[in-house]
Design a protein around this ligand. Structure first.
Ligand SMILES: Nc1ncnc2c1ncn2[C@@H]1O[C@H](COP(=O)(O)OP(=O)(O)O)[C@@H](O)[C@H]1O
Ligand SMILES: [Mg+2]
Length: 234
């Protein structure tokens, strides 16, 4: 049986990332070869590699560090490099973890899937664990969350009113940062005051990549949670 302790034995290639189209690459194959493919599932986006042990309450996150995927050659890239910012090697897991700790200090972390530091791979790459989350399904919207249709409709109206009220304040876009149906559930669950504080924190940290693949429902109590908040800088 695959155990979290096996993570200490993994060698992560020096240049670890998907191919240009986001698909498998040689470096991903190198890691797959070290995993028992009948015991774990894997997933990834542009910035992180995720290992899921079926039935386990935590997923494993290992940062990508670029490779082929981030090979842009435009002026913007040059500008970023000249400014010392290097997204080829940016560790988005570390970024997510630091943001998580900051949110925790501010009492804002309950909307983020719980995250913890685990340790290092055999070659010293930091690994993190995150609460396993049930994916947000755009077609289902938040029907799974609401126990009654009245509560759902009330919350929809509340969000609409907030959007109207914030028009012209410069902050109205904040209430559009998440897919509407997920936001309706989040507003109902956490309340306006918490959501506004959280949205302002997102604004201050330039976090905005909240597409449906980065959202979900907590397996503990069904609450709306975010599984990927580190964004993507390009
Ligand atoms: N906590 C989690 N629970 C369940 N699945 C997850 C979790 N975190 C990530 N995943 C799956 O892995 C995919 C990639 O993870 P994500 O953190 O979004 O990486 P990236 O930053 O590369 O987009 C997600 O879209 C989701 O399908
Ligand atoms: Mg993602």
């Amino acid at each position: 049986m695959f155990d979290y302790k096996d993570l200490y034995k993994i060698y992560v290639p020096e240049q670890f990332g998907p191919d240009e189209g986001g698909g498998t690459s040689n470096s991903l194959d190198e890691v797959f070869a070290q995993l028992p493919d009948d015991e774990v599932k894997t997933d990834w986006g542009a910035t992180q590699f995720v290992i899921m042990i079926p039935g386990a309450d935590k997923v494993v996150k290992i940062p990508f560090n670029g490779e082929e995927y981030c090979n842009y050659e435009d002026d913007y890239e040059q500008e970023l490099e000249e400014s010392g910012f290097n997204y080829f090697t940016m560790d988005y897991c570390k970024h997510a973890y630091e943001l998580y700790c900051d949110a925790e200090e501010r009492g804002l972390n309950r909307i983020l899937a719980e995250m913890e530091y685990f340790g290092k791979t055999a070659n010293g790459i930091d690994i993190y664990l995150q609460e396993t989350v049930e994916y947000y399904d755009c077609c289902e919207g938040s029907s799974k969350y609401f126990k009654s249709e009245d509560a759902h409709i009330n919350s929809k109206n509340e969000l609409e009113q907030l959007r109207q009220r914030s028009k012209g304040t410069g902050d109205d876009y904040l209430w559009y940062r998440f897919p509407t149906e997920w936001m309706v559930a989040a507003l109902h669950h956490y309340g306006e005051c918490f959501m506004l504080s959280f949205l302002l924190w997102c604004r201050d940290n330039n976090l905005c990549d909240f597409h449906s693949g980065n959202l979900g429902w907590s397996k503990k109590d069904g609450s709306p949670v975010i599984l990927d908040w580190a964004g993507y800088y390009e």
